[in-house]
Design a binder for this molecule. Structure first.
Ligand code: ASP
Length: 363
């Protein structure tokens, strides 16, 4: 009972507020004129489904507790903007996502967007690996229907919980015709970000997600405002297809730092990595005492992808390291965890360095 206190308090206020704002309502944009869009909420867990012991617990709580039907029931306003149904695909904290979970989720979303009666899909997700999943879906689901990934930084039981508005905005966005063909989107804190480069930048506050290149737009009071569009290949134009995938090759990240142990790279190979993402310092740099190790690893058939531990900017090919000579790849502006997703998908199609590099430029 206590877990849903804020939802209940809110519900009590709804009638009061409705009376005062009825004339100020902005008509929602709908999939078909005068008809509400059909949106499926695919729930996977996370803080948006979390519950804490008290309303003061904004950061200490259990993720993945509240079932999707309860989340939907807690936001009656969803009925004003869409016909919504929920599916509990799994109920986990997103740090526990594995490749198998990614594939399972991707296949389910792909099946849903193929249904003629579905206009858009919202995926509720923990924020910790939301950036991996949103990029993965962006690369493998062939559809122009909106797919919106959403999470929250505070559980629904906390004061100023952000999940309800985030989810409401995500449903509005998923049901908006102008969101079609823009790839997988992330809706958090009113911002619309592309699933390609949305990343968690702050691990406490509600403005946790950002892209180095800025948001695509915003959702405010039922309306979607666009300011830019993605230019990289995604969804319909992608050469990766979830329906053809049954497994993903192993890729691991090695984090660069001063005085790093080069054995970390060897450990990644030992763990079965077919590519190593170098989360290098600065411009994806590799210490002089690690170059030979990485050259040997490449000669052994494992790919080396230079990304950076720096949140913004991008790694420049043949700068800092002679990538052509060493047969290495640069991750462009993709952070290490995004690069890991693309490298795994790329390796399902090719083992050529030139092809891998092409994919890192294009996606
Ligand atoms: N650990 C949680 C998760 O990713 C954090 C969150 O959702 O904000 O599932």
């Amino acid at each position: 009972m206590r877990a849903f206190l804020p939802f209940m308090l809110r519900a009590g206020l709804t009638a009061l507020v409705a009376a005062n704002t009825a004339c100020a309502q902005v008509a929602p944009q709908m999939a078909n004129a005068g008809v509400k869009p059909n949106i499926v909420i695919v729930a996977t867990g996370g803080t948006i489904a979390g519950a804490g012991a008290t309303t003061a617990n904004s950061a200490t709580y259990q993720a993945a507790k509240v079932p999707v039907d309860k989340l939907i029931a807690g936001i009656p306003e969803l009925n004003d903007v869409a016909n919504v149904r929920g599916e509990q695909t799994f109920q986990i904290a997103s740090e526990s996502f594995t490749n198998d979970r990614l594939l399972q989720l991707g296949k389910r979303v792909s099946a849903l967007v193929k249904e003629p009666g579905v206009d858009g899909v919202v995926v509720t997700h923990g924020t910790d690996t939301l950036e991996e999943t949103s990029f993965f879906l962006n690369l493998v689901v062939h559809t122009d229907k909106p797919i919106v990934v959403v999470g929250s930084m505070r559980p629904g039981t906390a004061m100023s919980a952000d999940g309800m508005l985030n989810l409401y905005n995500a449903v509005v966005l998923a049901g908006t015709p102008s969101a079609r063909g823009k790839g997988v989107l992330v809706e958090m804190n009113d911002d619309i970000l592309t699933g390609r480069d949305a990343a968690k930048r702050i691990n406490i506050k509600t403005n946790a997600f950002a892209s180095a290149w800025g948001p695509l737009g915003m959702v405010v009071e039922n309306k979607v405002y666009w300011f830019r569009a993605p230019v990289k290949r995604h969804t319909m134009q992608s050469e990766f297809d979830i329906d053809m995938l049954t497994t993903l090759p192993e890729v691991q990240i090695v984090y660069g730092s001063g005085n790093m142990a080069v054995e970390m790279y060897d450990a990644a190979v030992k763990a079965g990595a077919k590519a190593i993402i170098n989360a290098g310092v600065g411009n994806g740099s590799v210490p002089n005492y690690a170059v030979d190790t990485l050259k040997k690893i490449r000669a052994g058939g494992v790919h080396v992808v230079r990304s950076s531990r720096v949140a913004d900017g991008f790694v420049i090919r043949n700068s800092e390291q002679p990538d052509d000579q060493y047969d290495w790849v640069v991750a462009h502006d993709l952070n290490p965890q995004k690069a890991k997703i693309l490298a795994a998908l790329a390796l399902t199609r090719t083992n050529s360095t030139a092809e891998l590099q092409r994919m890192f430029w294009e996606y």
